[in-house]
Ligand binder design. Structure first.
Ligand code: IMP
Ligand code: MG
Length: 181
């Protein structure tokens, strides 16, 4: 390991994430209608969404699944502020209930921006689900409908979430010890 290699510390193991995902699916099944579109925010939410849709299936929910590619971080650990959105599917959104699935809320800008975009495309209602939430970092007024875990202001990776495109493949979630922290 070279000196610049970040130190990773376990935050949530795979079993803990799996248990919480089942609870989220239960909460979603109680509030969403049987017909809805689940929109996965790429890339970070891909692992969470894959587990969540199977947990929803176990409860009889079979949403249409769509993907949106949104990015705000570039290659750093500080949000660049600008949010880029690629790839929407209008007929899957217009007139439908939509569940937006994201990996982690930081400033909340991505979720707020994407919610607005889906409403502009005619979504009847946009529900929001995030695996992780850092409420201390919020700069826009948005509260997700479904939150897996609230976490402190640490930089996390794994289970789909990256640091400069690394660590998405980890089955667990860890936090990165950055230089000077
Ligand atoms: P926001 O728009 O500032 O809320 O940023 C949300 C997005 O930033 C998330 O969907 C992640 O892609 C990324 N992000 C925020 N916090 C972290 C983190 O701790 N690790 C990795 N990516 C993060
Ligand atoms: Mg993301």
């Amino acid at each position: 390991m070279n000196e610049r290699e970040p130190r990773l510390h376990l935050l949530f193991d795979a079993a803990t994430i799996a248990r919480r995902t089942e609870e989220l699916a239960e909460a979603i099944a109680q509030r969403l209608p049987p017909e809805f579109t689940l929109v996965v925010l790429l890339k970070g939410a891909f692992v969470f969404a894959a587990d969540l849709v199977r947990a929803l299936d176990r409860r009889g929910l079979r949403p249409r699944i769509e993907f949106l590619h949104v990015s705000s971080y570039g290659l750093g650990t500080e949000s660049s502020g600008a949010v880029k959105v690629v790839g929407t599917t209008p007929e899957a959104i217009a007139g439908r209930e939509v569940l937006l699935v994201d990996d982690i809320q930081d400033t909340g800008r991505t979720l707020a921006h994407t919610t607005e975009l889906l409403l502009r495309e005619g979504a009847r209602r946009v529900w929001t689900c995030t695996l992780l939430d850092k409420p201390a970092r919020r700069t826009v007024d948005i509260v997700p409908d479904f939150v897996g875990f609230e976490i402190p202001d640490v930089f996390v990776v794994g289970y789909g979430i990256d640091w400069a495109e690394r660590f998405r493949h980890l089955p667990w979630i860890g936090w990165i010890e950055r230089e000077g922290t």
